[in-house]
Design a protein around this ligand. Structure first.
Ligand code: NAD
Length: 359
């Protein structure tokens, strides 16, 4: 098969990590007879420098014309002083919105080989965990009415949250479909003791759940969920939640895996095109030093094969190779810990993964 992939490398370590994901995809292409056509587009700080805007129209058009998008990361201190629509992060929000990507999938699992990097108690880490966070991405408080006004105590700012039944129903369906293929358990996170949007959220999630009798569905308040993720993350399979709660909880979930450099993500809409990116940022502190861990981006490419192109064997091939390389003790600087192992560079780690894929 032939696939057109838009590469939005972005800033900082973006070009290094995306370049290494491309090498892995080219190896998949060679082994399974697929052709991946890559075309690069600017977004973020590099686009501000080159075109005066964080998301040039050419990038939007190129992504819309592609079968899928791989994104590195955007932003850095050089552009921190800019405000409003000129900030590099605006490119991400707008890209998600024009591509209609309302679902964010973030798997978080503890690699047993990296257990010592897990900040949880040994007795908790021993049990391991493997959860999938399903976050609503284009609704809720981040997109609600906002502004400044004169309030009871003087000038004030406000943001509002609104969720339509449609928005809740479609994200709930994604969660139940995912649970069917995993551990058959959905935990829906809300704040139904306080918020009307959460009460509607809870009602609609359960309505959707009726169509999935084999999937267990439980509700959890967000404050409890924040605690439970630390107390016993092994209790979770698929977690579904709103944009803001998902933003916070998915970072918490990533932290308990031990390294930000390992975690991939997928943003999906109604069609097959998605945007795949590591959960970390552009890491300007290590850009150009070779210290970036390419695994999160390589696993994001594996998610693209799985979710956008339905290439399950090919995705498994990459994921199994990453497991094997970590089990064999190879490490990049961010996950070397106290092991005493000499860390590999970004390119060397990718070499090891490709070597493993050839076995
Ligand atoms: P960050 O994720 O870039 O870095 C946090 C820490 O983790 C740094 O010490 C960094 O060196 C390390 N790190 C991150 N990715 C790594 C990797 N692959 N391998 C090894 N170490 C890694 O977060 P930050 O420092 O808060 O933000 C830096 C810039 O990135 C900011 O401009 C921020 O706005 C932007 N950002 C972009 C995205 C995105 O594009 N999706 C997400 C978060 C932050």
């Amino acid at each position: 098969m032939e696939y057109n992939i838009a590469l939005v490398k972005g800033d900082g370590i973006g070009p290094e990590i995306v370049g290494n994901a491309v090498r892995v995809l080219e190896e998949i292409g060679r082994q399974y007879g697929h052709t991946f056509n890559f075309k690069s587009y600017l977004a973020g700080g590099c686009a501000i420098d080159a075109c005066g805007t964080p998301l040039p129209q050419e990038t939007i058009d190129g992504c819309l014309a592609s079968d899928s998008v791989i994104l590195g990361a955007v932003g850095g201190p050089k552009w921190d002083g800019l405000s409003g629509d000129l900030r590099p992060e605006k490119a991400l929000l707008k890209l998600r919105s024009v591509l209609g990507l309302y679902t964010n999938l973030r798997p978080a699992r503890l690699y047993q080989a990296l257990r010592e990097a897990c900040p949880l108690k040994e007795s908790t880490a021993e049990k391991g965990f493997d959860l999938l966070m399903v976050r609503e991405l284009t609704g809720g408080i981040y997109f609600g009415e906002r502004g400044y006004r004169e309030g009871k105590f003087g000038p004030e700012a406000y943001d509002t949250e609104a969720y339509s039944e449609l928005e809740i129903r479609r994200i709930a369906r994604v969660a139940f479909e995912a649970a069917k293929k995993r551990g058959s358990k959905v935990t829906s996170i809300d704040k139904a003791n306080v918020l009307d949007t959460s009460r509607l959220w809870r009602k609609i999630v359960h309505e959707v759940g009726m169509d999935y009798p084999t999937v267990e569905c439980t509700d959890m308040l967000v404050d409890n969920a924040a605690m439970q993720l630390i107390r016993d993350p092994s209790q979770f399979d698929v977690v579904v939640t709103t944009n803001m709660f998902g933003d916070i909880l998915s970072d918490e979930a990533s932290q308990i895996t031990g390294s930000i450099g390992l975690l991939p993500s997928a943003s999906l809409g109604d069609g097959t095109r998605g945007m795949y990116e590591p959960i970390h940022g552009s890491a300007p502190d290590i850009a150009g030093t070779g210290k970036a861990n390419p695994i999160a981006t390589i696993l994001s490419a594996a998610m693209m094969l799985r979710y956008s192109f339905d290439l399950q064997a090919e995705a498994n091939k990459i994921e199994t190779a990453v497991d094997a390389v970590l089990n064999a003790g190879w490490r990049t600087a961010d996950i070397v810990g106290d092991s005493g192992v000499t860390p590999l560079t970004c390119d060397q780690m990718t070499d090891k993964i490709i070597e493993e894929m050839r076995k």
